[in-house]
Design a binder for this molecule. Structure first.
Ligand SMILES: C[S@@+](CC[C@H](N)C(=O)[O-])C[C@H]1O[C@@H](n2cnc3c(N)ncnc32)[C@H](O)[C@@H]1O
Length: 338
């Protein structure tokens, strides 16, 4: 449980899941995915402390352009972005879904604090490690910021945010996180997001756009093998947390990009016939892998700007303004809930 003081009210916020049930859910989801045919694992579990740290390496790697594109948008259009989200004025909650270490949004946060905007920053992240870091670090790097970090799933924590404050909401969803959902799930996600907002609230969505297929594929297959380590870390996480016995060297990272659909998908390939075990409350569970068998890890869907506008429209958002990097590779679009 977390105790918060907001507008002089003390509010107790339970974490979305206590640690024991989060561990149970991790175990359940991993087992379900590995027992499915074809096998798959949920990419939201990439982000334990080791995964957060590898993701920071990805952000700095040469081939991973989405980070630099969005960084350019935030660092070079800070005042314009602030103006776009300040309409129609008044106190607001700036809620960031999947905040990570908020390198990009911190430009906006600093600007808002410096210009005296009346807002509370509410980063939401499934990684407890990230939320602890932001709660401690941001008041040091951005003195004067009001921050309420929320650890848990996007919509569970969005509900908590609405419970603690009735202020106008501006939701940031950056880093093309929306692209980490299959298109049908992204549509559903936008509708659900709209359901948590009132008319006049805003969403600022960062989305990676379709571009040269070589550029896209290289971003998920960097020369240094950082994305490879990022994917394999989920097997290591199961070794650490579920007493699994994956021999990580017996799996390889295999990303593919389909320029027609815009789907970039990452798989792990079993390089041998092998059986692994993991420990559950019900005892040891064995999972067989055939040589060459693929485990689907993550989708990074690429869209056109028109498709993104359409996604918003279908969910009862109106596009208010869009920002692009100088190469036109990435878009941050402001949606108004209507
Ligand atoms: C790709 S990183 C992006 C970080 C940051 N927004 C950026 O643009 O650089 C995704 C972040 O979302 C978080 N995340 C992923 N799935 C989530 C979920 N279902 N609920 C809450 N947070 C989630 C991860 O822990 C991670 O910090």
């Amino acid at each position: 449980m977390t105790m918060l003081k907001i507008n002089d009210n003390e509010i107790t916020i339970p974490k979305a899941l206590d640690e024991a049930s989060a561990d149970d859910l991790f175990c359940k989801n991993m087992l379900e995915g590995l027992r499915s045919n074809p096998k798959h694992l949920q990419s939201k579990y990439f982000y334990d402390a080791a995964g957060d740290s590898i993701f920071r390496e990805i952000m700095n790697c040469e081939e991973y352009y989405p980070f630099n594109c969005e960084l350019e948008i935030f660092s070079e259009n800070t005042a314009a972005l602030a103006r776009a989200i300040m309409v129609p004025g008044g106190a607001f909650d700036l809620i960031e879904l999947g905040a990570g270490d908020c390198t990009k949004s911190s430009y906006l946060l600093s600007h808002l604090v410096q210009t005296g905007a009346d807002f509370t920053y509410m980063p939401i992240d499934i990684s407890a490690n990230i939320i602890d870091y932001l709660n401690l670090q941001l008041p040091v790097t951005i003195p004067g910021i009001r921050i309420t970090g929320l650890n848990g799933e996007y919509f569970d924590m969005l509900e908590k945010a609405a419970e603690v404050s009735e202020n106008r909401k501006v939701v940031l969803f950056l880093g093309s996180n929306l692209g980490n959902m299959e298109p049908a799930n992204a549509e559903q996600f936008c509708r659900e997001l709209r359901g948590h907002l009132k008319p006049g609230d805003l969403a600022l969505i960062g989305i990676d756009l379709k571009k040269c297929p070589y550029t896209v594929l290289a971003a998920y297959n960097d020369k240094e093998g950082i994305t490879r380590r990022f994917n394999l870390n989920l097997l290591e996480r199961m070794n650490r947390e579920l007493e699994a016995d994956f021999e990580v060297a017996k799996f390889d990272h295999f990303p593919v990009y389909d320029p027609e659909t815009g789907a970039c998908k990452s798989y792990l390939i079993s390089m041998a016939d092998q059986v692994i075990t993991l420990n559950t409350k019900e005892g040891k569970q064995a999972i067989s892998f055939a040589k060459g068998e693929a485990v689907f890890m993550e989708i990074s869907q690429k869209y056109t700007a028109q498709q993104v506008n359409q996604l918003g429209k279908q969910a009862s958002f109106e596009t208010a303004e869009s920002f692009f990097d100088s190469r036109g590779w990435f878009m941050d679009t402001v949606w108004l809930a209507i």
